[in-house]
Design a protein around this ligand. Structure first.
Ligand SMILES: C[S@@+](CC[C@H](N)C(=O)[O-])C[C@H]1O[C@@H](n2cnc3c(N)ncnc32)[C@H](O)[C@@H]1O
Length: 204
C-alpha cells in the first residue's frame, strides 16, 4: 500500500474512531451498523466469522453474544487471540476440506449466524479476480449448508460485478429474507456491498 493510501487511512474518521474505541479495525463499524439496523446477532449465539483477521468483526460479535455465546474465527492470517474463553481462532483457508472439518469441530454445534467479510487476494486481472470472488462465495454457501442451523442468518460481503445477480439468486434460494445494503462506514468508492440474509431454509 502506498503513501497516499496511508495518508487517506489516517484521515479516515472510522479509522480514527477505531483507534480511540480500541476496535481492531475500522471494519468493526460495518458490523456494528449492520447489526444495529438488522438485529441479527443475539446474546448466547454461536457465530462463525469467515475471513476474520485482524478480528474487528469477531470483537463486535463477542460483545454481542456475551459469555454464553461462542465465536469461531477463521483467516489465512493469524488472528491475535482475545482474552475471552468463548473465542476460538483457526488459521487456514476456509475453502479447503481440512479447515472446514476444523471449523465444524470448533463450533461444537450449529452456528446461529455466519459472518463473511472475506475478500479475495486481488490480482488486478479482471477474470481471475471474478473467479476468486466466486470461489469464496461458493465456499460460504457450502459452509451455510454444513454449519448453519435452520432459520439461521448470514451477513456477507459481496462485490458488485457481473456475477452479483447470480450470487443474489443463489442466496435467495437458501434464505427466506435477503437484503443488500451498504453501511455508512463502507467507503463510497468501494464496490463492496453487504448482504443480510435471514431464515435459512436448511438442507433438507
Ligand atoms: C477485509 S479482511 C476482514 C476484516 C475483518 N472483518 C475485521 O473486521 O477485522 C478480509 C480477510 O479475508 C481473508 N480471506 C480471504 N480469503 C480467505 C480464505 N479462503 N480463507 C480464510 N480467510 C480468507 C483475508 O486473509 C483477509 O484477512
Amino acid at each position: 500500500m502506498g503513501k497516499r493510501w496511508n495518508q487517506e487511512r489516517k484521515e479516515d474518521p472510522y479509522y480514527q474512531k477505531a483507534k480511540k474505541e480500541e476496535y481492531r479495525s475500522r471494519a468493526s463499524y460495518k458490523l456494528l451498523q449492520l447489526n444495529k439496523k438488522f438485529k441479527i446477532i443475539r446474546k448466547g449465539d454461536r457465530i462463525l466469522d469467515l475471513g476474520a483477521a485482524p478480528g474487528g468483526w469477531s470483537q463486535v460479535a463477542l460483545e454481542a453474544v456475551g459469555e454464553e455465546g461462542r465465536v469461531v474465527a477463521v483467516d489465512l492470517q493469524r488472528i491475535r487471540p482475545f482474552t475471552e474463553e468463548n473465542f476460538k481462532s483457526i488459521k487456514g483457508d476456509f475453502t479447503t476440506r481440512e479447515v472446514k472439518e476444523e471449523i465444524i469441530s470448533a463450533l461444537e454445534g450449529q452456528a446461529a449466524v455466519i459472518l463473511s467479510d472475506a475478500s479475495p487476494k486481488l490480482s488486478g486481472i479482471k477474470d481471475v479476480d471474478q473467479m476468486r470472488s466466486m470461489d469464496l462465495f461458493q465456499a460460504v454457501m457450502e459452509m451455510c449448508d454444513s454449519t448453519l442451523r435452520y432459520n439461521g442468518s448470514l451477513i456477507m460481503k459481496l462485490f458488485q460485478g457481473p456475477q452479483f445477480p447470480e450470487m443474489l439468486k443463489t442466496v435467495k434460494k437458501k434464505f427466506r429474507m435477503v437484503k443488500t445494503t451498504k453501511p455508512p462506514s463502507s467507503r463510497k468508492k468501494s464496490v463492496e456491498m453487504y448482504l443480510v440474509a435471514r431464515g435459512f431454509r436448511g438442507t433438507r
